[in-house]
Design a protein. Structure first.
Length: 91
């Protein structure tokens, strides 16, 4: 239901927000809020389900990174997802 998606993608406590404290980023119910327009489920070795409703984009990424949570690889993946969504939204 849409009300569950809204709740699951809105961190409702300060300790669930990313270090910058931005209200549109953080974690809730196994979903990571990635800014005002996107959220993702993330696996420990690089698996993602990225959702951007405003761009009408869902991306599933399968990975088997040898190291758990490499921040550099995760940042590149999320940046790529955002770029794809932005490009498709402009079409």
């Amino acid at each position: 239901p849409s009300n569950w998606v809204t709740k699951a993608t809105q961190p409702d406590a300060a300790h669930l927000r990313f270090s910058d404290g931005a209200p549109e980023t953080g974690y809730q119910y196994q979903w990571w809020r990635l800014g005002p327009d996107a959220y993702a489920a993330e696996g420990v070795n690089g698996q993602f389900v990225y959702v951007n409703p405003s761009a009408q984009v869902v991306i599933a990424k399968m990975s088997a990174w040898p190291q758990a949570w490499p921040a550099d690889k995760a940042a590149v993946a999320v940046g790529g997802f955002h770029a794809i969504a932005q490009y498709l939204q402009g079409q």
